[in-house]
Design a protein. Structure first.
Length: 266
């Protein structure tokens, strides 16, 4: 008789988790990143994946990876540097998205302008708000760096590939691979060129703005406020003489602990 209610409760929890905004955003992010990894590889390693001429035949993939030509070798190195820079970009992008999902919420019922969102952000603890700004700033810096690296990679790869071109076949595939990443970089440019308090999602199909505090974060804040109020009430009560020389510390994970003061230790 007791197993059935427990099963229903567990089932409801699973459904609640699946239909939650956080879960759907995280799932969408994972799918998008997985699909974009192929695009990053193709668009970064242009010299490797664009067909080229090797004497009397089309170069194989392994032949594209090796050459005695110094300029060709430098081009390959730039290709690899570009791919690594994109991987770093995606790491920063995922960190940013995870922090946005954890702390903020997409709320279409309130204002989304910079000033209004800034007022809502004041609800957050100061260190969490600063952490959010720091991650967004790091993402902005790495984005500009990657744009510069990719521009250099495209120009130098184009010069190298032109020496071994097969004509239209080489040109079409070269431009197609570039367009793969230009779309991504244009979206990144839009993300990083916003006001300080405007946080756009990098992975939702329709660009949405995180403009409110996550309900889970609100609950944590309210619990800490309530706990702090209760502790202040205890400290102000003269009857608790044992706490007169104690220091009460609020824990980040909830609850509090009573520490001995320096006079007690003496």
């Amino acid at each position: 008789m007791t197993e059935k209610p427990k099963s229903k409760t567990f089932y409801k929890r699973i459904l609640k988790r699946i239909y939650s905004q956080d879960f759907q955003q995280q799932t969408n992010m994972c799918i998008s990143v997985t699909l974009e990894l192929y695009r990053v590889m193709i668009s970064s390693l242009l010299i490797v994946f664009v067909p080229q001429r090797c004497e009397t035949h089309v170069c194989t993939l392994m032949e594209n990876l090796h050459s005695d030509n110094t300029r060709y070798s430098i081009g390959l190195i730039i290709n690899y540097i570009t791919m690594v820079s994109f991987i770093i970009l995606y790491i920063c992008e995922i960190r940013r998205e995870e922090k946005l999902i954890k702390l903020l919420e997409v709320n279409n019922t309130i204002s989304t302008d910079n000033e209004s969102v800034g007022k809502r952000l004041n609800v957050l603890d100061e260190y969490k708000k600063q952490k959010l700004f720091d991650i967004d700033r790091d993402y902005q810096y790495i984005s500009y760096l990657v744009m510069c690296v990719y521009t250099l990679n495209t120009i130098f790869s184009g010069i190298v590939i032109n020496e071994y071109s097969l004509g239209n076949q080489t040109m079409v595939i070269f431009l197609t691979n570039i367009l793969f990443m230009i779309t991504k970089l244009s979206n990144v440019y839009i993300l990083v060129n916003t006001d300080k308090n405007i946080f756009l999602s990098a992975y939702l199909n329709t660009k949405v703005q995180f403009n409110d505090i996550d309900p889970h974060e609100i609950i944590k804040i309210e619990k800490r406020k309530s706990l702090k109020y209760n502790i202040e009430e205890i400290e102000n009560t003269r009857g608790f003489c044992l706490l007169d020389k104690k220091k009460i510390k609020i824990l980040d994970e909830g609850g509090f602990e009573i520490e001995n003061s320096s006079s007690d230790s003496e």
